[in-house]
Design a binder for this molecule. Structure first.
Ligand code: NAP
Length: 325
């Protein structure tokens, strides 16, 4: 099988988890890494066995031995760095959210299509075993009436950290609210009405959001919450006519999932944890490239664009604007 040669741009927390997980896959190789600083790039390359390190993102984009670039920078850099990599003929796996807004996502996807290069948003939840089981069980609960999903943690980081910094796309919605939004869109589709409220900090970022999606035609609602102020239950439940599916914390990754049909004993699937969970999306992206696909079937461009449009609509309601808007 053809080995897929990876480069990573932005060497922070998720990049480390990604590099660790690459070693759990076969026929993938970490070839090059790029950081804003020489020290970080050198140290990271040494630790994870990358042949090349760069202290400029442009240099990695031009590295002839790299097939695909994993973009692991703060949200605001996803757009410019994806364009940079695509311009140099590289495929791209870009961290979530793909762009700050739908306008950026459209431009990224247009360039990938023009260049006939692969582009995918790294929404790892889509590839997690419990998530697949939830989707398989879904038809059994009948018409869905309600979905509740929450994601919250107390962010113990400095005011300069990307999560708190508006200039770097900080705030709860784009960082973790994207997961409940994604779940609701996949399970219930595009809502007819969206209503959202948020706790905005003096820095201008949203520390917490409450989002309701309304589906009057099927009499369903999605009640979604996210916060970076407290550790919360971080569970999800999908309630249908015949029962419910409960996704335990952390529902977006390694949590167990339980099917409870009315009058029947519960059935629980507990995933066997392996690595950080990022190797599943990595394998999917690599296989798409090997087989000449420009989109990954489980996470196609249309899904990323839909998410971006809905996040824009929510931000419109809570009055959260970034300079990119
Ligand atoms: N942490 C998670 O669990 C997680 C999970 C899923 C997705 N993600 C996504 O992955 C992305 C990165 O998250 P992270 O938690 O890894 O962030 P992080 O720890 O802050 O790392 C981001 C890295 O990007 C580089 N960078 C480039 N331009 C930067 C700038 N202007 N300001 C600050 N750093 C800059 C830095 O690496 P250099 O110093 O090497 O340049 C920094 O270490 C985010 O978009 C997030 O949504 C994170």
């Amino acid at each position: 099988m053809q080995t897929v040669r990876w480069g990573i741009m932005g060497l922070g927390k998720i990049a480390r988890r990604f590099a660790e997980d690459l070693s759990l896959t076969t026929d993938n190789q970490l070839v090059a890494v790029a950081s804003r600083t020489r020290e970080n790039a050198q140290q990271f390359a040494k630790q994870y066995g990358a042949k090349y390190w760069f202290d400029q993102f442009e240099a990695l984009a031009c590295c002839p031995e790299v097939d695909i670039v994993y973009i692991a920078t703060p949200h605001t850099d996803h757009y410019p760095l994806t364009l940079l990599a695509l311009q140099q003929g590289k495929h791209v796996l870009c961290e979530k959210p793909m762009g700050i807004n739908a306008k950026e996502v459209v431009a990224m996807q247009q360039l990938a299509a023009e260049k006939r290069l692969f582009l995918m948003e790294a929404l790892w939840t889509r590839y997690m075993p419990s998530y697949q089981v939830m989707l398989e069980w879904l038809p059994q609960i009948g018409i869905i009436k309600q979905l509740r999903a929450d994601f919250g943690f107390a962010a113990r980081v400095s005011q300069e950290h990307r999560l708190m910094n508006k200039a770097k796309g900080g705030g709860a919605l784009l960082d973790i609210g994207i997961y409940p939004v994604f779940l609701a869109l996949q399970v219930l589709g595009i809502p007819e009405n969206i209503s959202a409220t948020a706790t905005l900090l003096s820095s201008g970022i949203d520390a917490a959001c409450q989002i309701d999606f309304d589906y009057p035609q099927q009499g369903a609602k999605a009640l979604l919450t996210c916060t970076i102020l407290q550790d919360t239950a971080s569970e999800a439940v999908v309630i249908g006519e015949n029962g419910n599916i409960h996704m335990a914390k952390p529902w977006h990754s390694w949590g167990a999932v339980t099917l409870q049909l009315t009058g029947k004993p519960p059935l629980t699937f507990t995933p066997e944890k392996r690595g950080n969970g990022l190797w599943l999306e990595t394998n999917a992206a690599a296989q798409a490239i090997r087989t000449g696909k420009l989109e990954e079937p489980l996470m196609p461009h249309a899904v990323s664009l839909q998410i971006a449009h809905v996040l824009d609509a929510i931000r419109g309601q809570i009055g959260l604007r970034y300079s990119q808007d």
